[in-house]
Design a protein around this ligand. Structure first.
Ligand code: 5GP
Length: 189
């Protein structure tokens, strides 16, 4: 998506360690017009897929998911980070390895809000190694919900997570696909 790529080149910053900072428009301050345009694009792709729920992960996916869900007119369910040692059986649970912070944590989704009747579009701000998205896929699978597709605003294709998820048989539609990133430059696919 040209608009998003241009915004990344204009306002994104590359941090040491291969982290692309987009906090001025995507995951801290949010450019609602731009993110809503991302939602419109995913709606164009998935509008006939009977989606019943947009799913994402706490916390940076939430704002994006809400703007996407407005186009589909369905609820957002976000996987919550869990600090509980013994998680009750009211929740589906999955483990995430954080790309940006380097630690592992569990996420949960209430069984009340995800079932085999759901058709889910998973969205997140970034798709890098794929751990966050795989955790969301796991939560959906535990519930029996159908995963219609996955979408990241930004996919760092060179990290391989997106292609692993495609190889698992899921449709992944990312809107800005980065093929390579150095300390000073970004190339899109
Ligand atoms: P993955 O689990 O695919 O390795 O990483 C995805 C998660 O890590 C996203 O939820 C996102 O919050 C974070 N992330 C991964 N790469 C980047 C990056 O380059 N910049 C930022 N801001 N977040 C990232």
């Amino acid at each position: 998506m040209k608009l998003l790529e241009e915004k990344i080149l204009k306002d994104g910053r590359i941090l040491p360690g291969g982290v692309l900072k987009v906090d001025s428009f995507l995951n801290h301050q949010i450019d609602t017009e731009l993110v809503s345009a991302c939602g419109e694009e995913w709606y164009r792709i998935f509008k006939d897929a009977g989606i019943t729920k947009i799913m994402t992960i706490e916390s940076s996916g939430i704002g994006i998911a809400c703007l996407v869900a407005q186009h589909f007119k369905v609820p957002v369910l976000f996987a919550k980070k869990s600090r509980a040692i013994n998680i009750s059986n009211e929740f589906y649970t999955a483990r995430v390895v954080s790309y940006t912070h380097g630690h592992e944590y569990d996420v949960i989704a209430s069984k009340k809000f995800l079932s085999k009747d759901d058709r889910v579009l998973i969205v997140d701000d970034f798709l890098a190694n794929g751990s966050a998205m795989k955790a969301l896929i796991s939560l959906c699978k535990q519930s029996g919900a159908e995963i219609v597709g996955c979408g990241a605003a930004v996919e760092k294709v060179y990290q391989g997570g997106g292609n692993e998820i495609r190889a698992m048989g899921y449709r992944v539609e990312s809107l800005a696909r980065i093929s390579s990133m150095t300390d000073v430059s970004i190339e899109f696919c």
